[in-house]
Design a protein around this ligand. Structure first.
Ligand SMILES: Cc1cc2nc3c(=O)[nH]c(=O)nc-3n(C[C@H](O)[C@H](O)[C@H](O)COP(=O)(O)O)c2cc1C
Length: 196
C-alpha cells in the first residue's frame, strides 16, 4: 500500500527476481544492453561522476580469457551464460566531470585532483551503478548473476588497464533449469533500521 510501483514490477525487480546460476541459450542482444544502460544511467552518483565502465564479453575467445580468471565454482556459469559483462570503476572519471557537471566544472580540480580520493569515490559510486545495472537487467526481463569470485588483478590485466579496477563480473540471460537454491532469508526491518 505504501509503494507506488505496481506489484508486478516490484516482483520483477525484487521479490521474484533471483541471482541465476544457470541460463537458457536465448541470446542477450546489444539492443537489450543498450536499453538497460539507457535506463540505469539515470541512477544517482556523487557529483554525477558516473564512474562505471562496462566491458561486454561476447566473443568465444574473450570468454575463454575471462573464465580462466574466475574462481573454480564460477567457471561453468561464466562459460555458458549468453552474455557476460565486466563492470569496472574508472579511477580517472574526473576527466569527464566538467561535461557531466556543467554547472560546477571546478569540482574536478577542487575535489578530485588526488588519485586516492578518486579511487575511493569511484569504488563507491561505480558499485552503486553496478547495483542499478543489476536491477536494470531485471527490468529487461532477464536474470543477473553477479560475481566477485575471481582473480581481480588477472581480469584487470587481461581486459582493463591501470586506471580501471574490476568491480564484479555479471552473467546475464534467461534463467535455465535449477537456476538457484531456495531463497536465503533476509534481515528484517527491525534488525537493520534504527531511528534516532
Ligand atoms: C557483489 C556480488 C558478488 C557475488 N559473488 C558471487 C560469486 O562469486 N559466486 C557466486 O556463485 N555468487 C555470487 N554472488 C551471488 C550472491 O550469493 C547472491 O546474489 C545472493 O545470495 C542473493 O541470491 P538471490 O538473489 O537468489 O536471493 C554475488 C553477488 C553479489 C551481489
Amino acid at each position: 500500500m505504501s509503494l507506488v510501483l505496481d506489484s508486478a514490477a516490484q516482483d520483477l525487480l525484487f521479490r521474484e527476481a533471483r541471482t541465476a546460476n544457470t541460463f537458457t541459450d536465448e541470446p542477450v542482444t546489444d539492443e537489450q544492453v543498450q536499453a538497460i544502460y539507457d535506463l540505469v544511467k539515470f541512477g544517482p552518483t556523487a557529483f554525477n561522476q558516473s564512474p562505471l565502465r562496462v566491458v561486454l564479453v561476447r566473443s568465444a575467445e574473450g570468454r575463454e580469457r575471462l573464465v580462466q580468471h574466475m574462481a573454480e565454482g564460477n567457471r561453468p556459469k561464466t562459460s555458458t551464460a549468453p552474455l557476460v559483462a565486466i563492470l569496472a570503476a574508472d579511477n580517472e572519471f574526473h576527466e569527464e566531470l566538467p561535461a557531466l557537471l556543467p554547472h560546477f566544472p571546478q569540482a574536478k580540480d577542487m575535489f578530485f585532483a588526488e588519485r586516492p580520493v578518486r579511487e575511493s569515490a569511484a569504488g563507491l559510486n561505480a558499485a552503486l551503478q553496478a547495483a542499478y545495472f543489476i536491477i536494470g537487467v531485471r527490468a529487461a526481463g532477464l536474470a543477473a548473476g553477479p560475481m566477485t569470485g575471481y582473480d581481480a588483478a588477472g581480469i584487470q590485466k587481461e581486459f582493463l588497464d591501470d586506471d580501471h579496477a574490476p568491480l564484479m563480473v555479471v552473467n546475464i540471460g534467461k534463467p535455465g533449469e535449477d537456476a538457484w537454491f531456495p531463497r536465503s532469508p533476509r534481515l528484517s526491518f527491525d534488525e537493520v533500521v534504527t531511528t534516532v
